[in-house]
Design a protein around this ligand. Structure first.
Ligand code: TTP
Ligand code: MG
Length: 405
């Protein structure tokens, strides 16, 4: 049976949300990622900034050199999360089969939904209109018989576009496009293909399978299929996260121990708030440290009992941190903490009375934070972060907030 897959991706997502918060940014080159003299990279460049060669992943200092007139913003991650949740809710109204990828894109399997919602084209128009009306931002949508074709179509239609590839037209649609638009074709593969005289997908599709498998191994088979527009992968919800983590790069490399402990405590609280929200408890705690020279070390510890308590996970993380600090060889640029080894509620043993007390205390703290903001209630240890970071509704505004799970 021919499937019908829709791929939706928000345009210049972080910048688009910033423009809702501050409409005077419209029509201007805008970069979300940090101060132009900062140490980070571009997370999102507006289309006006892209005209100067700016793109995601470029060091901010390079971005500033190429486009000194751009407006550089640190960003508002809690707003991006809210917008992302609303976007995903809109999409989920049109099919139970949905697969979200990251923060601003998702696939919907619309096969067989025509009787309910109209043609895929009508559904796509409706989704675009609702995103504009409810979020004041634009999305690009691709429709095709596979995830591959739908994604390439939506990328091609950007910004604010809608491209539908009719069944049977897949190969002709892909043929003139450069090989790099295919998923999995990175710089290295692109270079090798160029050496073989192949720059377009049509040229790739003309190559014989044995030549591709000799050159690329199993990846060669995928290239052969994809170049013909064949992709049978199903639309399915992403597997539940196996870990939850938070990390941040410091404004400056540091060896300030009270600051490092405070940062660890704060990031642990963020991790545990999510853990409790998901109704999970964890057994394993992992600390990540990155030195100024980018060498990264991770240290893990397994707890005797599973827990979702800030206090217990912080104790474990602090233990790991103190050990690492005792032979710290230079200043640090990043700290992160993560938990894994989850169990759901039903696997819990009876909690002892001190665990129950912590449990009740943390629920009250969660309620207060949900109502009055994350920094409305703090332990003494994290108070010194006030001198380093401004706070916003959901916590401190870190230089590089991390959305990883
Ligand atoms: P993308 O959808 O890849 O990019 P985009 O929405 O900014 O632009 P486009 O119109 O081309 O879709 O990523 C979505 C958001 O994810 C982006 O706004 C910022 C964030 N992001 C990063 O933080 N770092 C990155 O390297 C990339 C690629 C994205
Ligand atoms: Mg996008």
């Amino acid at each position: 049976m021919v499937r019908c897959i829709l791929h939706a991706d928000l345009d210049a997502f972080f910048v688009s949300v910033e423009r809702v918060l501050n409409p005077s940014l419209r029509g201007k080159p805008v970069v979300v990622g940090g101060e132009p003299n900062g140490r980070g990279v571009v997370a999102c460049a507006s289309y006006e900034a892209r005209a100067f060669g700016l793109h995601a992943g470029m060091p901010l200092t390079t971005a500033y050199r190429l486009c000194p007139d751009a407006i550089f913003l640190t960003g508002h991650f809690s707003h991006y999360r809210d917008a992302s949740e609303k976007f995903m809710r809109i999409l989920s109204d049109y099919s139970p089969q949905m697969e979200s990828l990251g923060i601003d894109e998702a696939y919907l399997d619309l096969t067989g939904t025509e009787g309910l919602f109209g043609t895929p084209h009508q559904v796509a128009r409706r989704i675009k209109e609702r995103i504009k009306a409810e979020l004041s931002i634009t999305a690009s949508i691709g429709i095709g018989s596979s995830k591959l074709v739908a994604k390439v179509a939506s990328d091609l239609s950007k910004p604010d576009g809608l491209v539908e590839v009719a069944p049977g037209e897949e190969r002709a649609f892909l043929a003139p496009l450069p090989v790099a638009v295919l998923p999995g074709v990175g710089r290295q593969t692109e270079r090798v293909l160029k050496g073989m005289g192949v720059t377009t997908i049509g040229e790739l599709a003309a190559l014989l399978l044995p030549l591709l498998t000799d050159t690329f191994g199993v990846v060669g088979e995928a290239l052969h299929r994809h170049a013909r527009g064949i992709d049978r992968s199903p639309v399915e919800p992403p597997a539940p996260a196996q870990s939850i983590s938070r990390s941040t790069t410091f404004p400056e490399d540091t060896a300030d121990r009270p600051f490092l402990r405070a940062m660890l405590r704060y990031l642990t609280e963020r991790v545990c708030a999510e853990l409790r929200q998901e109704g999970k408890r964890a057994r394993c705690v992992t600390l990540t440290l990155r030195y100024a020279d980018f060498e990264t070390i991770t240290r893990s510890l397994t707890l005797r009992e599973v827990t979702d308590a800030d206090q217990v996970i912080f104790e474990a993380g602090l233990n790991l941190l103190e050990k690492a600090l005792s032979h710290m060889r230079e200043r640090l640029r990043l700290i992160g903490v993560g938990v894994s080894g989850f169990v759901g509620e039903w696997q819990l043993n009876m909690l002892d009375s001190s665990s129950l007390r912590l449990e009740r205390l943390n629920r009250v703290i969660d309620c207060l934070r949900n109502r009055y903001g994350f920094t409305s209630i703090q332990v003494g240890r994290t108070l010194l972060l006030r001198h380093f970071f401004p706070s916003e509704e959901r916590g401190y505004l870190l230089k590089t907030p991390c959305l990883s799970r």
